[in-house]
Design a protein around this ligand. Structure first.
Ligand SMILES: [Zn+2]
Length: 122
């Protein structure tokens, strides 16, 4: 079985003409931060459930940042965003507090693996 990827890097079945993640409304961005707090990389967030990790089937695939294959998932619907730690790696911190499940608001700072991320919601 061969797969292809959309322009944002989501795994797609070769028979799919459009990416099911990308056609969901844009909900915001997850911004990887450098140690000085500046933005290193942006990951787009779409409504629905998005897995975060280094595995190929994660909607938010982040490599070389100390993440487990499936570290967590984000669930966004109706303007609410929640983050659930799947317990596969170092505990996730939201605003410096260990969080197994957290509701996120715009500007929250998330520590996952070796990096800090800022959530930017629309
Ligand atoms: Zn996509």
């Amino acid at each position: 079985m061969r797969y292809k990827y959309c322009k944002e890097g989501h795994l797609m079945d070769p028979s799919w003409k459009v990416c099911p993640v990308c056609i969901a409304p844009l909900a915001g961005w997850l911004v990887m931060l450098r140690e000085d707090g500046s933005a290193e990389k942006y990951y787009t967030l779409h409504e629905g459930k998005s897995f975060i990790g280094c595995a190929v089937d994660c909607e938010i695939r982040i490599l070389k940042a100390g993440l487990a294959r499936q570290q967590a998932y984000l669930s966004i619907s109706g303007g609410e965003c929640s983050l659930v730690d799947l317990g596969n790696g170092e505990p996730i911190k939201v605003n410096n507090i260990n969080s197994v499940k957290a509701m996120l608001i715009d500007g929250d700072i998330i520590k996952m693996g070796e990096k800090l991320y800022k959530i930017k919601l629309l």
